[in-house]
Design a binder for this molecule. Structure first.
Ligand code: URP
Ligand code: ZN
Ligand code: ZN
Length: 492
């Protein structure tokens, strides 16, 4: 067989297990896996002594997002370069309709942000912010290749908030189309009340950024997750809880999955590695993200949820703000632009704290960072695994070599990092996207604008069957998905 490129001698992680051997690439695809493949004169990448893993999918990213009076500081140029350095080869951003925009206009706007800039492949979740206007536009978005939708239970002041009626109606449509609703689950009315009670000059002076965790007790997330799960159970619509941060939320998901509710949970790496004592630091306001960083018992429960299966995906919720942008808070925690940089450190943090510290195996890490996100977002088998026929999206990492996080050396536009000074293994020595080397010797070498938009025809657990939307439409609405389906799909 003729190859355009070979990766030789690495510890290759595939869905069937890891083996020491070679990957043959022709054009954009993986065409052979084996030992001692003959290069036939094709360029060879030596992966001896390294892990060769599927390219990471970060399925929760906000690039150049106008939010809380600022615009997030990583756009499709810096954000995707940062991702590539961290082995990320696919990202999913959120297209949000502004000022009377339709869903289609929101997606057009987001396409413009990415075009000519993105180094890696991408697509968007479509945000429904005004149910009465947007509900009849959902089918059109499915026809345009978008199969994941998003609703926020908070952010009334941004004009993004959805109520129970919208969530219920959207989930009914998700069931009809075989698509999936992503939900930011926090209980807005009680949250608003707690914020109002604490929003006094005296308390702000006394507690500063600590008021952020103080006004968001765990029940704020837990109640909202329970409510969204209830609507998923009632409608049979596929639900995906984004950035789950609490032990209580994880328990609710476990119980719901056990009784067959089609719900999937994502956590973000910051909830696995940071604890809320950061808010007591001098620069504690920098760490404000939403939901906020929680406590060690939440971190432990989330790791356990990843190991046991109720937490299916790790992402970043990248929403970068610089020190100058974060300074907008001026002592009032409700004004801090919320979000953290993340794309560049997702793999290093999960590898170092997860694999090297014995919380996950290397294979489990690849499942949570690559295979599961690809499956539930309707991108598998094109993305998410090293197997014949898949896009040659690959990261090559050294098993133990560590690099210190120094913000000025990073690709992100952030001038700080929540992980500054941490020694992390798992930065990508070589990243390939569709067969092309975009990171070489830990340096980004790929060309801006080469990333492609990825159309989709399905999402959620149903997507793991490989069924197309045309097949689905021809057989009518789906029966509820059961926990057995989760297991069979390898997502649990
Ligand atoms: O702090 C965050 N997460 N900012 C982005 C908006 C969101 O809720 O995901
Ligand atoms: Zn959110
Ligand atoms: Zn987000």
């Amino acid at each position: 067989m003729r190859f355009d490129r070979l990766i030789k001698g690495g510890n290759v992680v595939t869905p069937a297990g890891a083996f020491r051997g070679d990957i043959g690439i022709a054009g954009e695809k993986i065409v052979a896996l084996g030992t001692d493949l003959d290069d036939g004169g094709a360029p060879v990448i030596d992966a001896t002594g390294h892990h060769v893993i599927p390219g990471i999918l970060d399925v929760h990213v906000h690039l150049a997002l106008p939010f809380m009076g600022a615009v997030s500081a990583d756009d499709y140029s810096t954000g995707t370069r940062a991702g590539a350095r961290g082995g990320v080869t696919t990202l999913i951003d959120f297209a949000i309709p502004y000022k009377g925009d339709s869903l289609s206009q929101a997606v057009d706007n987001w396409h413009k942000r990415a075009e000519g800039k993105s180094l890696i492949d991408y697509t968007f979740h479509v945000c429904i912010t005004r149910w009465d206007e947007h509900k009849d536009q959902i089918q059109g978005m499915v026809d345009r290749g978008f199969t994941t939708f998003k609703e926020f239970m908070i952010y009334e002041s941004e004009g993004w908030q959805s109520d129970d009626r919208a969530m219920f109606g959207t989930l009914e449509k998700m069931k009809e189309y075989g698509t999936m609703l992503l939900v930011h689950a926090e209980s807005s009315r009680v949250l608003d009340e707690l914020i109002a009670r604490h929003h006094t000059p005296e308390l702000m002076k006394m507690y500063g950024a600590r008021l952020h965790p103080m006004t968001r007790p765990n029940f704020i997330e837990a109640e909202a997750i329970a409510r969204a799960v209830q609507w998923s159970e009632a409608t049979g619509g596929q639900l995906y809880i984004v950035h789950m941060s609490t032990a209580e939320g994880t328990e609710i998901i476990r119980a719901a999955q056990a009784r067959g509710v089609p719900v999937i949970a994502e956590t973000c790496v910051q909830y696995l590695v940071l604890e809320d004592s950061v808010f007591a630091r001098e620069d504690g306001h920098l760490y404000a993200c939403c939901p906020q960083i929680k406590k060690p018992r939440d971190m432990e429960r989330l790791w356990k949820g990843l190991k046991h299966g109720e937490v299916s995906v790790v992402s970043t919720d990248t929403c970068t703000f610089t020190r100058e942008q974060k300074a907008l808070w001026k002592g009032d925690w409700t004004k801090i632009p919320m979000g953290l940089p993340g794309l560049e450190t997702l793999l290093p943090l999960t590898y170092t704290r997860g694999v090297l510290e014995g919380r996950l195996t290397l294979e489990e890490m690849c499942t949570k960072l690559s295979t599961n996100p690809a499956k539930v977002m309707g991108l598998f088998p094109r993305k998410g695994a090293i197997q014949v026929g898949a896009d040659a999206d690959i990261a090559i990492i050294h098993p133990s070599w560590r690099h210190q996080v120094v913000p000025s050396e990073m690709e992100t536009n952030a001038d700080w990092s929540p992980y500054e000074g941490w020694d992390l293994a798992g930065f990508s020595r070589t990243t390939l996207s569709r067969g092309e080397v975009i990171v070489d010797g830990y340096k980004v070498v790929g060309r801006a604008g080469r990333g492609k938009w990825l159309p989709r025809t399905f999402a959620g657990l149903e997507g793991t069957t490989g069924e197309t939307s045309a097949m689905r439409m021809s057989r009518g609405p789906l029966s509820p998905i059961r926990v057995e389906d989760l297991k069979a799909a390898g997502v649990a």
